[in-house]
Design a protein around this ligand. Structure first.
Ligand SMILES: *Cc1c(COP(=O)(O)O)cnc(C)c1O
Length: 418
């Protein structure tokens, strides 16, 4: 915490001294999400290009000077972050975008970007000597918290909505979480978790409420910049639910700009499914967010009442980016296309970023000469139901070469992959 100047309310801009147990603004209440403001004058001489070039920590702790944690508690965590950034081989050609990059955050320890926030929550709990952490989640925050906590011997109580996919539930149970499946949607799970946390005093890993978690999520942007030699692409695209991830993406680039490590912040594009698009609708109509239904296959971004509206909207507005809506069908197609053409298997919410890219190219929102990174926020095996709906049956046969030859000859003219 030594490099933090203050915590600032995103609504009334009241400032607070950093205190571990302060979650939201005392004046604005639960809606008064706090932002961590660093003392860049202290950090600037420390966090330099040379410092990073020599840094052998290939996980999020390589950015410790600009993270809100005490180094002493970071030693035994899972290794989160420093996920691969691929230059596209095939999609770049198909969509005529020469510099197209894919940040594969499905490669994190529990296979989603949420690990970046969960590991911070666990370290904060250790700092505060708290033994139980709790959160509500559409699924990934939950499985991620459970895994990161297991590694550190912390207990978790986790609330998920009824629709959370089996893969994520299995992860939770394997990691030993106390799982509460709440009848109803994410809103219901969130409200029960909040009441329980208030009642029992557990450490709160709800990403919007806890100001330190966006700080973990911002490391995805720090990495994208560093992996591109501090010349990030013109656009960075990410899917949006509560708005914490996109808020983190903006924060990461904005930190780097403040520190003089990059010269400009990429335009940030937020993608939502048309079945649940409160940010897109608010952006398009230039109004406040309104509650919407949660009606999409992309369960991780099915958030009818986003908990981080200011950070989620600011990321797009301040970076001169945009919000874009895609249909569930476009998400399904993108999922298959990403797996087939780049070897990256994404869950629906994660493939939404590619769907957004494709749509933005079609609509000429992204120009021919612009460079792009899209973030794959979670692995496809987490949601096997959706993946199953995208493939036909497989061939089964006896271990008999003649039978195989007959099969191959019969299907010679078939289109590949169908
Ligand atoms: C949580 C999540 C998101 C969106 O993050 P928010 O902070 O809720 O906006 C996107 N993709 C995946 C896979 C997620 O788990």
């Amino acid at each position: 915490m030594k490099n933090i100047k203050y915590l600032e309310c995103t609504l009334c801009h009241n400032k607070y001294k950093p205190q571990d147990d302060l979650m939201t603004c005392l004046k604005c209440g639960e809606k008064g999400i706090l932002d961590v403001v660093y003392d860049y004058d202290i950090i600037k001489p420390i966090l330099t290009h040379e410092y990073l070039a020599k840094n052998k920590n290939f996980n999020i702790w390589r950015y410790l000077p600009i993270l809100p944690v005490d180094e002493n508690f970071t030693k035994n965590t899972l290794s989160v972050g420093w996920t691969p950034l691929y230059k596209s081989n095939n999609l770049s050609k198909k969509y005529n975008t020469k510099y197209l990059y894919i940040k594969d955050d499905g490669m994190n320890p529990t296979q989603s970007l949420k690990d970046r926030a969960s590991v911070i929550a666990c370290v904060k709990a250790l700092e505060m000597k708290m033994e139980i952490i709790s959160c509500s989640s559409t699924g990934n925050a939950a499985s991620s918290l459970a895994g990161n906590a297991a590694r550190l011997g912390l207990k978790t109580v986790i609330f998920v909505p009824e629709r959370a996919p089996l893969g994520k539930l299995l992860q939770l149970k394997m990691y030993g979480a106390d799982l509460i499946k709440v009848k109803g949607d994410y809103k219901a799970a969130f409200n029960l978790s909040k009441a329980a946390i208030d009642h029992y005093g557990w450490y709160n890993r709800n990403a919007a409420i806890n100001p330190y978690l966006v700080e973990g999520k911002k490391t995805v942007a720090l990495e994208i910049a560093e992996q591109l030699d501090f010349k990030p692409t013109d656009w960075v695209i990410v899917s949006v639910g509560d708005g914490c991830t996109i808020g983190g993406v903006y924060k990461g680039f904005s930190d780097l700009k403040e520190l003089g490590l990059i010269s400009r912040i990429p335009k940030i594009m937020g993608v939502q499914s048309s079945g649940c698009a409160p940010f897109c609708e608010a952006f398009a109509n230039n109004r406040e967010l309104e509650e919407t239904e949660e009606n999409t296959i992309a369960d991780s971004i099915a958030v009818g009442i986003p908990r981080n509206p200011v950070k989620g909207m600011d990321a797009v507005v301040k970076s001169h980016g945009t919000y874009i809506e895609v249909s569930d069908d476009e998400i399904r197609k993108a999922m298959k296309e990403l797996a087939e053409s780049e070897g990256i298997f994404a869950e629906p919410a994660a493939a939404a970023s590619l769907a957004g890219f494709i749509k933005a190219r079609k609509d000429k929102i992204i120009q021919d000469n612009e460079s792009v990174t899209f973030i794959v926020t979670g692995n496809g095996l987490k949601d096997q139901k959706t993946a199953s709906s995208l493939i036909n049956d497989w061939v089964e046969m006896e271990p008999d070469l003649n039978q195989l030859i007959r099969h191959i000859e019969k299907h010679k003219g078939d289109k590949p992959h169908e």
